[in-house]
Design a binder for this molecule. Structure first.
Ligand SMILES: O=C(O)c1cc(C(=O)O)c2c(n1)C(=O)C(=O)c1cc(C(=O)O)[nH]c1-2
Length: 247
């Protein structure tokens, strides 16, 4: 190997040194990096989701997924409460509290958690069994704990960036609704209401979160942390499906 040429002033710049740029990415380049993480690592490519979409999951497999995903759903408002507590303005807290209300509803019998329970019932699962958490797999518990604790411990920028998997979620919801209507007709159609609601909610939530992340990440280091947070969240969703797939 040849050493890099030196000058009297010290080592000369190598071609690699000359392209190192530690300034922040432009907003467009930063957004492209975030979107690329979703395109490469989102769980829509997981083998379990691919099988779901092609219609080859058995009834037991689909029920196992619904029961285990319920564990994720019921923890979303918990992690959103942890994120809300990091904000120091009423406007930000109001924005994030709406997410909690989307899941918990304004009263009993409303909201995303209730709609997910109805999805479970439409698939023949017992509401009390879902609520008991008895059928949650160890790997799913760990993945969900990982996400909640990430949002508990990391700064607001990273916790909000982790939610940006939702940039890819609306497309996945449409694919899923289509697959359920076509291949899994044994599930009562009313049960799909959760997914229909999430198309609009996911688009609005991810748009708001993206605006915040683009605004808050001023340095390259912040931007890289945000990209890494989104990569971590992709791992959470992937690990959850690994556990369901290999059960
Ligand atoms: O079914 C899915 O594939 C899926 C994915 C995601 C996601 O990308 O994190 C969410 C949801 N669903 C969802 O229903 C939901 O409420 C939600 C909240 C969040 C979040 O991180 O704040 N992600 C997701």
């Amino acid at each position: 190997m040849t050493a890099a040429p030196t000058t009297a002033a010290g080592p000369a710049a190598t071609p690699t040194d000359s392209v190192i740029d530690i300034g922040p990415w432009s907003p467009a380049a930063f957004e492209a990096r975030l979107r690329a993480v979703g395109e490469e690592r989102y769980h829509d490519r997981h083998p379990f989701n691919l099988r779901m979409h092609e219609g080859t999951l058995s009834q037991d497999e689909l029920r196992r997924w619904i029961a285990n995903r319920f564990h994720y759903q019921r923890h979303i408002p918990v992690k959103d409460a942890l994120i809300t507590a990091k904000f120091d303005t009423p406007a930000l807290r109001r924005m994030w509290l709406r997410r909690i209300q989307d899941h918990d509803g304004a009263r009993d019998g409303e909201g995303g958690i209730e709609r997910w329970l109805r999805l479970g019932e439409a698939a023949g699962l017992d509401r009390e069994e879902l609520l008991s958490g008895a059928i949650v797999l160890p790997g799913v518990r760990l993945a969900v704990d990982g996400y909640v604790n990430f949002c508990r411990l990391r700064p607001a920028l990273e916790a909000v960036a982790a939610s940006l998997t939702e940039l890819s979620a609306p497309d996945l919801m449409r694919t899923r609704i289509d697959a359920f209507e076509r291949h899994y007709r044994w599930i009562e159609p009313d049960g799909l209401h959760y997914f229909r609601t999430r198309v609009t909610q996911g688009r609005r939530d991810s748009g708001e979160a993206l605006d915040l992340v683009l605004r808050w990440a001023r340095t390259r280091e912040d931007q890289e942390r945000a990209v890494a947070a989104l990569g971590f969240k992709c791992d959470v969703l992937w690990a959850l499906l690994d556990a369901v797939d290999h059960a």
